[in-house]
Design a binder for this molecule. Structure first.
Ligand code: AMP
Length: 462
């Protein structure tokens, strides 16, 4: 983290020896220790050990930790403890870049805070505004949100303000502080008290000092429990190299080889996710799609089916790559290798969590060699080639071609009916969504960033 020029102290608070440290040892009060115990958190994880004592001393925190390291509890526990000491409504606001992550954070707050009566509201796009307004009117202690919808409520929900806020948390802060959300965050920062604590947590951190200043931290403690851009040791990382036109065939072969294991297949665009989902289903592989253009209930439904094990292949855009705690993923497939190396770290962070081992396999075609090299440079290691028998793989091509044809037809039908539905929605004067929500959707939601590459991809396919 030498490239961040902030006056953060890279020092470690005094703490008991690591081996037998308990939550009580690092200052967590007994009610919350009990809650941790109930969740099976026997001892604090490294990020929790390092950051909680500072947070309890009232310091601002920049926490850098790998996905799956327990960073949610690292910020939730000190906030809940302070809430217990000085209870007040609208005490903390936690911002996250995706809706699913917001729900997941709220679940942690609820699980840890139920014993002390902490109330939590989730305010994210794609869900009904009115019921969120009702939830906010009940003065929750903690609001977990995506920035756009929070801004909507700040502007349009009578009586709602963040004037009493004591804690602001930005999870996946590097994403929140970048171009997509930056202007919204600026607006939000203007209307919350300067006298507050701010925690930035992320697996990766941007180098731009300006972005950190925007988050207006005061004398933060920087805590880093992993090297920048590291991937865990138990993660086996491979690539498979073949011509672009064979991608589907290799995917089908790989998923057949790994049958019974849980896998996330990452693709670049929403359409591609849909197409792959249909293709796999046509070949008898029960895959479930997850992308930013799905309605929120469908996104949560997809995630739950996958989490519960009802389906063991999830095909997703990067909406699923960050912060989501999906247990027991054995395999991550980068069907489309990510254009940003940081996205690679987040994607492969979906496997090999909590001490388990896992595999990540990236598809590399003639167009992707440079991207692979960039990733290897960033993670500081060379990926091994995943062994596959070319002849056996190509034997599948005919069946895959047929499934591709069917998937393309089905995709066209879905797109046509979506267009019709949208038109009908407009004719009915659909007032359910807010102005900024409509703007967001028209940009392609959480996946808007990927739109340009989607276009390019389309051209290349043709
Ligand atoms: P997070 O990095 O917050 O997404 O957490 C990753 C996973 O670790 C979640 O399933 C948490 O429930 C779990 N977890 C968090 N803290 C602990 C702990 N101290 N001991 C065991 N598991 C934990």
């Amino acid at each position: 983290m030498s490239d961040i020029d902030v006056s953060a102290e890279a020092v470690v608070p005094e703490k008991p020896p690591v081996s037998n440290v308990t939550f009580a040892d690092i200052g967590v009060m007994s009610q919350l220790c009990t809650a941790c115990d109930k969740l099976g958190f026997k001892t604090p994880t490294e990020i929790q050990r390092e950051s909680i004592p500072w947070a309890l001393q009232g310091r601002d925190i920049i926490g850098l930790a790998q996905t799956g390291s327990g960073k949610t509890a690292a910020f939730a526990l000190p906030i809940l403890q302070e809430l217990w000491n000085k209870p007040s409504a609208l005490f903390a606001c936690v911002m996250a870049p995706t809706r699913e992550l917001a729900y997941q954070i709220a679940e942690t707050f609820e699980a840890l805070g139920s014993g002390i009566g902490a109330k939590c509201a989730v305010v994210v796009g794609g869900m009904d505004l009115i019921s969120q307004q009702i939830a906010l009117s009940k003065k929750p202690h903690i609001v977990v949100c995506t920035p756009g919808r929070l801004q909507d409520h700040l502007e349009n929900t009578k009586g709602f303000s963040l004037r009493t806020l004591k804690y602001l948390v930005m999870d996946e802060a590097d994403r929140l502080l970048d171009m997509d959300f930056g202007p919204k965050i600026d607006q939000i920062l203007k209307v919350i008290p300067r006298e507050r604590n701010t925690f930035l947590f992320s697996a990766t951190m941007t180098t731009k000092v300006a972005k950190l200043q925007r988050a207006s931290l005061s004398n933060p403690v920087k805590i880093e429990v992993s090297t920048k851009y590291s991937t865990v040791d138990k993660l086996l990382q491979y690539y498979m190299f073949f011509p672009f036109k064979r991608k589907d065939c290799y995917l089908v072969w790989l998923l057949n080889e790994m049958a019974g294991q849980s896998a996330i297949v990452f693709a670049r665009t929403c359409n591609e996710v849909l197409r792959i989902g249909l293709l796999l289903r046509n070949l008898g592989i029960e895959a479930i799609p997850l992308h930013g253009q799905l309605a929120m209930d469908k996104r949560l439904g997809a995630l739950n089916k996958f989490k519960s094990g009802a389906r063991n292949v999830l095909v997703a855009t990067d909406v699923a790559s960050r912060g989501l705690d999906i247990p027991a993923v054995d395999l991550v497939v980068n069907f489309d290798i990510p254009s940003f190396s940081k996205d690679y770290i987040h994607r492969v962070g979906r496997t090999a969590r909590a001490g388990r081992s896992g595999r990540a396999i990236s598809f590399v075609t003639q167009y992707d060699v440079e991207l692979l090299q960039r990733i290897e440079q960033v993670i500081g290691k060379k990926l091994d080639e995943f062994p596959g028998e070319k002849d056996a793989i190509l034997l599948l091509q005919e069946r895959v071609n047929e499934a591709q044809r069917m998937a393309t037809l089905e995709l066209k039908e879905i797109q046509a009916s979506t267009r019709k539905g949208k038109k009908r929605g407009r004719e009915d004067g659909d007032k359910q969504i807010s102005l900024s929500e409509a703007k967001r959707l028209s940009k392609g939601g959480d996946d808007g960033r990927k739109r340009k590459s989607a276009k390019k991809e389309g051209h290349r396919r043709k």
